[in-house]
Design a protein around this ligand. Structure first.
Ligand code: GTB
Length: 219
Protein backbone atom coordinates (compact mmCIF):
# COMPACT_ATOMS: atom_id res chain seq x y z
CA UNK A 1 0.00 0.00 0.00
CA UNK A 2 1.32 3.43 -0.92
CA UNK A 3 1.37 5.83 2.05
CA UNK A 4 -0.14 9.28 1.70
CA UNK A 5 1.34 12.33 3.39
CA UNK A 6 0.04 15.87 3.65
CA UNK A 7 1.91 19.02 2.67
CA UNK A 8 1.15 22.74 2.36
CA UNK A 9 -0.88 23.68 -0.71
CA UNK A 10 1.07 26.95 -0.60
CA UNK A 11 4.19 26.62 1.49
CA UNK A 12 5.34 29.84 3.18
CA UNK A 13 8.93 28.76 2.49
CA UNK A 14 8.32 29.32 -1.24
CA UNK A 15 9.84 26.01 -2.27
CA UNK A 16 13.00 26.10 -0.15
CA UNK A 17 12.22 22.65 1.24
CA UNK A 18 12.12 23.84 4.84
CA UNK A 19 8.58 22.73 5.71
CA UNK A 20 8.52 19.33 7.36
CA UNK A 21 6.95 17.41 4.52
CA UNK A 22 10.43 17.74 2.95
CA UNK A 23 11.91 15.65 5.77
CA UNK A 24 9.37 12.90 5.20
CA UNK A 25 9.72 13.03 1.42
CA UNK A 26 13.51 12.71 1.81
CA UNK A 27 13.10 9.64 4.05
CA UNK A 28 10.79 8.00 1.50
CA UNK A 29 13.29 8.72 -1.27
CA UNK A 30 16.20 7.29 0.75
CA UNK A 31 14.44 3.94 1.15
CA UNK A 32 12.84 3.87 -2.30
CA UNK A 33 9.24 3.89 -1.04
CA UNK A 34 6.77 5.61 -3.40
CA UNK A 35 4.30 7.93 -1.70
CA UNK A 36 1.30 10.08 -2.49
CA UNK A 37 0.86 13.66 -1.34
CA UNK A 38 -2.40 15.38 -0.46
CA UNK A 39 -2.05 19.14 -0.43
CA UNK A 40 -3.94 21.06 2.23
CA UNK A 41 -4.78 24.74 2.55
CA UNK A 42 -4.19 26.66 5.80
CA UNK A 43 -7.95 26.70 6.35
CA UNK A 44 -8.38 22.96 5.79
CA UNK A 45 -5.50 22.22 8.19
CA UNK A 46 -7.49 23.74 11.03
CA UNK A 47 -10.72 21.88 10.27
CA UNK A 48 -11.88 18.79 12.12
CA UNK A 49 -11.23 16.40 9.23
CA UNK A 50 -7.52 17.27 9.24
CA UNK A 51 -7.35 17.58 13.03
CA UNK A 52 -8.52 13.97 13.26
CA UNK A 53 -5.18 13.14 11.61
CA UNK A 54 -3.09 15.89 13.21
CA UNK A 55 -4.44 17.18 16.55
CA UNK A 56 -2.52 20.48 16.25
CA UNK A 57 -3.80 21.27 12.77
CA UNK A 58 -0.39 21.02 11.10
CA UNK A 59 1.37 19.18 8.31
CA UNK A 60 2.78 16.61 7.71
CA UNK A 61 0.60 13.57 8.38
CA UNK A 62 1.06 9.98 7.27
CA UNK A 63 -1.68 7.51 6.34
CA UNK A 64 -1.13 3.91 5.37
CA UNK A 65 -4.11 1.58 5.62
CA UNK A 66 -5.38 1.78 9.20
CA UNK A 67 -2.33 3.65 10.45
CA UNK A 68 -2.45 7.42 10.85
CA UNK A 69 0.61 9.23 12.18
CA UNK A 70 1.65 12.79 12.84
CA UNK A 71 4.99 14.34 13.96
CA UNK A 72 7.64 14.29 11.24
CA UNK A 73 10.14 12.58 13.57
CA UNK A 74 7.71 9.75 14.29
CA UNK A 75 6.95 9.41 10.58
CA UNK A 76 10.64 9.24 9.66
CA UNK A 77 11.11 6.64 12.41
CA UNK A 78 8.21 4.59 11.02
CA UNK A 79 9.74 4.70 7.54
CA UNK A 80 13.18 3.83 8.90
CA UNK A 81 11.80 0.89 10.92
CA UNK A 82 9.89 -0.54 7.98
CA UNK A 83 12.61 -0.24 5.33
CA UNK A 84 16.33 -0.79 5.09
CA UNK A 85 18.61 2.17 4.57
CA UNK A 86 18.01 4.66 7.38
CA UNK A 87 18.91 2.72 10.52
CA UNK A 88 21.89 0.37 11.00
CA UNK A 89 21.30 -3.36 11.57
CA UNK A 90 23.67 -3.53 14.53
CA UNK A 91 21.50 -3.01 17.64
CA UNK A 92 23.81 -0.56 19.41
CA UNK A 93 24.48 1.47 16.27
CA UNK A 94 20.73 1.55 15.64
CA UNK A 95 20.07 2.91 19.14
CA UNK A 96 22.75 5.57 18.65
CA UNK A 97 21.21 6.63 15.33
CA UNK A 98 17.84 6.96 17.09
CA UNK A 99 19.53 9.06 19.77
CA UNK A 100 20.74 11.41 17.02
CA UNK A 101 17.16 11.66 15.71
CA UNK A 102 16.09 12.87 19.15
CA UNK A 103 19.12 15.15 19.42
CA UNK A 104 18.21 16.84 16.15
CA UNK A 105 14.59 17.43 17.15
CA UNK A 106 14.83 18.05 20.86
CA UNK A 107 18.31 19.50 21.47
CA UNK A 108 19.30 21.38 18.30
CA UNK A 109 16.05 22.36 16.60
CA UNK A 110 14.35 24.19 19.51
CA UNK A 111 17.05 26.88 19.71
CA UNK A 112 16.87 27.38 15.94
CA UNK A 113 13.08 27.69 16.08
CA UNK A 114 13.45 30.25 18.90
CA UNK A 115 15.44 32.41 16.49
CA UNK A 116 12.74 32.10 13.81
CA UNK A 117 10.10 33.12 16.35
CA UNK A 118 12.27 36.05 17.34
CA UNK A 119 12.87 37.09 13.71
CA UNK A 120 9.35 36.70 12.38
CA UNK A 121 7.00 37.20 15.32
CA UNK A 122 8.84 39.41 17.81
CA UNK A 123 10.54 42.01 15.62
CA UNK A 124 8.24 44.77 16.82
CA UNK A 125 8.80 44.07 20.51
CA UNK A 126 10.87 46.63 22.44
CA UNK A 127 13.14 43.84 23.73
CA UNK A 128 13.75 42.21 20.32
CA UNK A 129 17.20 43.76 19.73
CA UNK A 130 18.32 42.62 23.16
CA UNK A 131 16.88 39.10 22.88
CA UNK A 132 18.10 38.12 19.41
CA UNK A 133 21.85 37.92 20.29
CA UNK A 134 20.97 35.82 23.35
CA UNK A 135 19.00 33.39 21.20
CA UNK A 136 21.81 33.28 18.62
CA UNK A 137 24.37 32.55 21.34
CA UNK A 138 22.26 29.57 22.40
CA UNK A 139 22.37 28.29 18.83
CA UNK A 140 26.16 28.76 18.70
CA UNK A 141 26.53 26.85 21.91
CA UNK A 142 24.73 23.85 20.36
CA UNK A 143 26.66 24.19 17.11
CA UNK A 144 30.01 24.35 18.99
CA UNK A 145 29.22 20.98 20.54
CA UNK A 146 27.79 19.43 17.39
CA UNK A 147 30.77 20.60 15.34
CA UNK A 148 33.20 19.21 17.92
CA UNK A 149 31.44 15.83 17.84
CA UNK A 150 31.26 15.64 14.05
CA UNK A 151 34.93 16.63 13.73
CA UNK A 152 36.11 15.49 10.32
CA UNK A 153 33.53 12.70 10.16
CA UNK A 154 31.30 12.34 7.14
CA UNK A 155 28.14 11.56 9.11
CA UNK A 156 27.39 11.70 12.84
CA UNK A 157 27.94 8.02 13.60
CA UNK A 158 29.21 5.83 10.79
CA UNK A 159 26.94 5.45 7.79
CA UNK A 160 24.27 8.01 6.85
CA UNK A 161 21.19 7.45 9.03
CA UNK A 162 17.81 8.92 9.91
CA UNK A 163 19.72 10.88 12.56
CA UNK A 164 21.72 12.64 9.85
CA UNK A 165 18.63 13.20 7.73
CA UNK A 166 16.87 15.01 10.58
CA UNK A 167 20.00 16.90 11.67
CA UNK A 168 20.72 18.16 8.14
CA UNK A 169 17.12 19.32 7.77
CA UNK A 170 17.31 21.11 11.12
CA UNK A 171 20.60 22.85 10.21
CA UNK A 172 19.15 23.88 6.83
CA UNK A 173 16.78 26.14 8.75
CA UNK A 174 19.82 28.35 9.50
CA UNK A 175 20.31 29.03 5.78
CA UNK A 176 20.72 32.74 5.12
CA UNK A 177 21.48 33.54 8.77
CA UNK A 178 25.26 33.32 8.31
CA UNK A 179 25.52 31.49 11.63
CA UNK A 180 26.71 28.23 10.08
CA UNK A 181 29.57 30.01 8.29
CA UNK A 182 31.70 29.80 11.43
CA UNK A 183 31.46 25.98 11.29
CA UNK A 184 33.04 24.74 8.05
CA UNK A 185 32.55 21.08 8.98
CA UNK A 186 28.82 21.62 9.60
CA UNK A 187 28.47 23.56 6.36
CA UNK A 188 30.16 20.67 4.52
CA UNK A 189 27.90 18.20 6.36
CA UNK A 190 24.76 20.02 5.18
CA UNK A 191 26.15 20.23 1.65
CA UNK A 192 26.80 16.46 1.69
CA UNK A 193 23.21 15.85 2.77
CA UNK A 194 21.85 18.11 0.06
CA UNK A 195 24.03 16.37 -2.53
CA UNK A 196 22.36 13.00 -1.95
CA UNK A 197 20.22 11.95 -4.89
CA UNK A 198 17.32 11.14 -2.54
CA UNK A 199 17.46 14.68 -1.14
CA UNK A 200 17.39 16.13 -4.64
CA UNK A 201 14.37 14.06 -5.68
CA UNK A 202 12.49 15.10 -2.54
CA UNK A 203 13.50 18.73 -3.00
CA UNK A 204 12.36 18.78 -6.62
CA UNK A 205 9.03 17.20 -5.71
CA UNK A 206 8.21 19.83 -3.08
CA UNK A 207 9.48 22.63 -5.34
CA UNK A 208 7.13 21.42 -8.06
CA UNK A 209 4.20 22.10 -5.71
CA UNK A 210 5.34 25.71 -5.35
CA UNK A 211 6.20 26.43 -8.98
CA UNK A 212 3.60 24.16 -10.57
CA UNK A 213 6.39 22.96 -12.85
CA UNK A 214 8.58 19.87 -12.75
CA UNK A 215 12.36 20.39 -12.45
CA UNK A 216 12.90 19.35 -16.10
CA UNK A 217 10.46 22.08 -17.19
CA UNK A 218 12.41 24.61 -15.13
CA UNK A 219 15.76 23.85 -16.82
N1 GTB B 1 6.46 18.85 15.51
C1 GTB B 1 5.68 18.84 14.30
C2 GTB B 1 6.32 17.88 13.28
O1 GTB B 1 7.55 17.72 13.35
O2 GTB B 1 5.60 17.31 12.45
C3 GTB B 1 5.62 20.26 13.78
C4 GTB B 1 4.82 20.37 12.51
C5 GTB B 1 4.86 21.79 11.99
O3 GTB B 1 5.51 22.69 12.57
N2 GTB B 1 4.20 21.99 10.86
C6 GTB B 1 4.13 23.29 10.27
C7 GTB B 1 2.68 23.71 10.12
O4 GTB B 1 1.84 22.92 9.76
C8 GTB B 1 4.76 23.26 8.88
S1 GTB B 1 6.46 22.81 8.93
N3 GTB B 1 2.42 24.98 10.40
C9 GTB B 1 1.10 25.53 10.26
C10 GTB B 1 0.47 25.84 11.57
O5 GTB B 1 1.02 25.45 12.63
O6 GTB B 1 -0.59 26.46 11.53
C11 GTB B 1 7.22 24.20 9.83
C12 GTB B 1 7.70 25.26 8.87
C13 GTB B 1 6.82 26.15 8.33
C14 GTB B 1 7.29 27.14 7.48
C15 GTB B 1 8.64 27.21 7.19
N4 GTB B 1 9.12 28.23 6.32
O7 GTB B 1 8.35 29.02 5.78
O8 GTB B 1 10.35 28.33 6.12
C16 GTB B 1 9.51 26.30 7.73
C17 GTB B 1 9.04 25.31 8.58
Amino acid sequence: MIPTITAFEQSPDRGQGLARDMTVRWAFEEVGQPYDVRLVSFRAMKESTHRALQPFGQIPTYEEGDLVLFESGAIVFQIAERHAGLLPNDANARSRAIAWMFAALSTVEPVIVQREVSMYLERDKPWHEERLPIVEDRIRSRLDDLSARLGDGVWLDGAFSAGDLLMVQVLRRLGGSGILDAYPNLLAYVTRGEARSAFKRAFDAQLEVFTGKSSSQLE
